[in-house]
Design a binder for this molecule. Structure first.
Ligand SMILES: Cc1cc2nc3c(=O)[nH]c(=O)nc-3n(C[C@H](O)[C@H](O)[C@H](O)COP(=O)(O)O)c2cc1C
Length: 199
């Protein structure tokens, strides 16, 4: 059976990340907004995008400060990630409500979130109104990774981060590694060694 059911056009690309984006105006309290419409859009220079509805409190902060920090969500950060996506910084200090630690990032007014496994600190390069959302394109100028995630060879052991993915309203644990870049054509000894390491 290779039949498809035709649905109304919608945002069903899955899985997507659910990230906590921290932002702040100079000298003011920082805020956090949960974003699922986030993506990697360029390698050199490294760039990311976040799509934010103009009605969000964070929208004006990101627009006026010209920066945002993407904090990846591990399993331990999931409750906070959900909370920061249902409460507004207009009404609540999300850092203190979630017991999150602001960590200073050089050259940024916004802090990173100390409890998250990895952050990407971005400077806004352009803002593109799309309709419901504005797309902020940002250049990643600083990256921070939790020490315990570094494997001995300068790589990142993402397995330890226990990252969360998001599929159309539901959070999922990413689970176990099934393969690696190029595994379909890797030599058998390389395949075995790498897969052992990924277990
Ligand atoms: C899992 C999840 C993903 C979300 N993704 C987005 C998104 O990509 N863009 C957006 O504008 N709002 C998104 N939201 C909604 C905002 O996070 C939410 O409206 C938040 O309360 C806004 O906070 P603020 O007013 O402090 O900026 C998402 C919420 C959740 C729970």
């Amino acid at each position: 059976m290779k039949e498809f059911v035709s649905l109304k056009p919608g945002t069903l690309l899955s899985p997507v990340p659910a990230v906590m984006v921290s932002c702040a105006l100079p000298g003011e309290k920082p805020n956090i907004v949960t974003i699922a419409w986030a993506g990697t859009v360029n390698s050199d220079p490294p760039m990311c995008s976040v799509s934010v509805r103009p009605s969000r409190y964070s929208h004006g902060i990101i627009r006026d400060s010209g920066e945002f920090i993407i904090n990846l969500c591990g399993e331990d950060n999931l409750r906070a990630t959900d909370f920061c996506g249902v409460k507004s910084g207009r009404d609540v200090d999300k850092f203190s409500a979630c017991g999150l630690t602001p960590v200073a990032v050089e050259g940024f007014s916004a802090p990173a979130i100390g409890e998250c496994p990895l952050y990407l600190a971005c400077k806004v390069k352009s803002v593109q109104p799309l309709g419901s959302h504005d797309l902020f394109l940002g250049e990643i100028v600083r990256v921070g990774v939790k020490k315990e995630l570094m494997d001995g060879d300068g790589g990142i052991d993402f397995g330890k981060a226990r990252l969360v993915g998001y599929n159309h309203g539901v959070y999922y644990q990413l689970g176990r590694a099934l393969g690696f870049f190029g595994y379909s054509v890797a030599a058998p000894d390389v395949l075995q060694r790498r897969m052992e390491k990924l277990k």
